[in-house]
Ligand binder design. Structure first.
Ligand code: FES
Length: 106
């Protein structure tokens, strides 16, 4: 898949060398840079639907990107309703597309 990350910002300059780590999206291993928001890592590999709505099952994804709207809520390591635009990637994380209000899984 194409990588759409910004590597050389016109004002900030080149990005520091990132550390690529493996985490899991719906049980599949995927890679992202340690510390980048989960939603950004998923967007970079073409995954845009992060949850589905409770009533109609419609897909939702990154919207405000600042932790305010909850459209990016996913189940992370068994905890539902985690705002993935404000939660950093770390190795071994288990991220699941959330259906409706989600369920606690431990
Ligand atoms: S995109 Fe709005 S809270 Fe994450």
């Amino acid at each position: 898949m194409a990588d759409h990350r910004l590597t050389d910002h016109p004002i900030l300059g080149p990005a520091p060398a990132p550390r690529l780590v493996t985490f899991y999206h719906d049980g599949r291993p995927v890679q992202g840079f340690e510390g980048e928001p989960i939603a950004a890592a998923l967007a970079a590999i073409g995954i845009r639907a992060l949850r589905t709505t409770a009533r109609r099952g419609e897909p939702r994804g990154l919207f405000c990107a600042i932790g305010r709207c909850t459209d990016c809520a996913m189940t992370v390591d068994g905890v539902p309703n985690v705002r993935t635009c404000a939660t950093p990637v770390r190795a071994g994380l288990r991220v699941e597309t959330q259906s409706g209000l989600g369920e606690w899984r431990r």
